[in-house]
Design a protein around this ligand. Structure first.
Ligand code: 8DG
Ligand code: CA
Ligand code: CA
Length: 463
């Protein structure tokens, strides 16, 4: 059997060419560029558009009126078009469009008017919100994003949330670039990268390192803040206070008799284990243990691995598990029974639980309000996981941080979305909902903020 070249084999999995038919919009013929979009996403988008009555041709021809691409520059798509024209021997003068035109048209159920913001220009294209971009785990600009994330972390340690967010945003843009950045000019006027971040990028591109970042990494304050905030239960405020009191090491905390909460004591006791990455296999093993427990306490309850592992990360700093039951209300009281059973099996080294306080909410949250915190019933715990290899091998077990969260079935989709992360993705998703759709999204619900505010104003007139 003759081997099919890789390129052609891939094409075979693309949407069938077939006669596309006139569709509902005869003046519009779409062609999606596979490069950077990927074959499976292209197939999905093709199916979506066809279901809405659009004609989508797999191959370019003179009939194509709209070429849609994702994360390609105008120059790249123009080059692609030249090649297609050569291959099919047909001219045609389609509009070269960014995916935003496609998304808006699908939302509207018809081809929307082409505006200049939809057209591809030179340089890299980038959707303005992180939640609209593909952000792969492995990307080509690691040294740049590490430098920016160090400054983001340092700004967070100083309580400058705005500055921290600016560096995080710049890093997020670089993570979504389709290739390695080699000069600052290539960035063009990309949104989300401020002056300070540009200086850092330039330093790293020119010298391999940025002096400011190196200074931060060597500073006593940064190193101490990092050491202390890695203790389970210690936030920036506590770490900062300890630093001001002259504490510098974990031994200092013990020798000076620093007052610690029960959670911090557990964090300190298991410091090394909790700062050793949790492997996917370990997360799955903990998930199975919790599954075993819920089947005893309330059969039918589902346990879903969320957080970084759900995003495909091979390791993480903890294990996030969401519990729900298909019958509304049955989940009440479940968590304490599950935790007690796990405890009776010697699987839990530490735990503290919080009740569900969602029903106690006094009103709608202001758009863009609280960050990622939600009000589900949950248990912050440390599990005792049996291991054969790795750092805990000698004693046969390892301490692992586990978050158990219980969501009523009606709120489960929002909980799952909220607990999948990343934090920046969630923040951007909420910002998008609020600024672009006038809606409020949190881990409990998605609703039209205008209607809820109107309703609350109306209720207010009674009193
Ligand atoms: P990692 O553990 O792999 O290092 O990273 P991660 O899994 O992305 O981070 P995480 O700190 O475990 O958080 C997972 C997601 O859970 C994150 O997007 C934020 C989200 N989350 C909520 N509500 C709450 C909450 O009330 N507290 C915390 N800590 N996280 C929450 O949706
Ligand atoms: Ca996690
Ligand atoms: Ca977590």
């Amino acid at each position: 059997m003759a081997l099919v070249p890789l390129k052609r084999r891939r094409r075979a999995s693309s949407p069938p060419a077939g006669p596309p038919g006139p569709g509902r919009f005869p003046a519009v013929v779409l062609c999606l560029v596979e490069k950077r979009m990927g074959a499976s996403r292209r197939a999905f988008l093709t199916q979506l558009a066809r279901a809405k009555g659009f004609r989508v041709d797999r191959a370019y021809s003179a009939a194509v009126t709209h070429v849609v691409s994702e994360q390609n520059s105008g120059a790249e798509v123009a080059q692609w078009l030249e090649q297609q024209r050569e291959e099919c021997g047909a001219e045609g003068d389609p509009a070269l469009l960014d995916i935003s035109w496609f998304t808006e048209s699908m939302g509207a159920g018809r081809p929307v008017e082409i505006e200049s913001r939809h057209r591809l220009r030179g340089g890299w294209q980038m959707a303005p919100y992180a939640c609209q971009r593909r952000t792969p785990l492995l990307h080509s600009n690691q040294p740049l994003t590490e430098a920016l994330e160090t400054l983001a972390e340092e700004a967070g340690f100083s309580g400058s949330e705005g500055r921290s967010l600016a560096f995080t945003r710049a890093a997020s843009v670089l993570k979504a670039l389709p290739g390695r950045l080699s000069t600052l000019e290539e960035l063009g006027p990309l949104p989300g990268i401020g002056e300070h971040s540009r200086r850092v990028i330039q330093d790293v591109l020119e010298d391999g390192v940025c002096a400011e970042v190196e200074r931060v990494k060597l500073s006593e304050r940064y190193q101490t803040m990092k050491l202390f905030t890695k203790i389970f239960g210690v936030g920036v405020r506590t770490a900062s206070r300890w630093y001001q009191e002259g504490l510098r090491t974990l031994v200092d905390l013990q020798e000076r008799g620093t007052k610690l909460t029960r959670q911090q004591q557990a964090g300190l006791r298991h410091y090394d284990d909790l700062n050793t990455p949790v492997e996917r296999g370990e997360a799955e093993s903990i998930s199975r243990a919790v599954q075993g427990a819920v089947q005893r306490c309330l059969p039918g309850t589902s346990v879903t691995l969320a957080g970084g592992f759900r995003r495909g990360k091979p390791h993480g700093h903890d294990v996030d598990l969401l519990l729900t039951h298909p019958e509304a209300g049955r989940e009440a009281g479940l968590l304490s029974r599950v935790v007690s059973w796990l405890d009776s099996q010697d699987l839990i080294l530490y735990q503290h639980s919080q009740e569900n306080s969602y029903a106690l909410q006094e009103g709608p949250e202001p758009p863009g309000g609280r960050d990622v915190m939600d009000r589900f019933e949950r248990c912050f715990s440390i599990f005792r996981l049996e291991v054969q290899g790795g750092p805990g091998a000698a004693r046969g077990w390892k301490a692992v941080r586990v978050d158990l969260v219980v969501a009523p079935i009606s709120q489960f989709p929002f909980a799952l979305l909220g607990w999948t992360g990343s934090r920046h993705f969630e923040r951007e998703l909420r910002r998008f909902a609020s600024h672009e759709r006038k809606m409020v999204l949190n881990s409990h619900a998605l609703y039209d903020s205008r209607r809820v505010w109107q309703l609350w104003a109306y209720v207010g007139t009674w009193g």
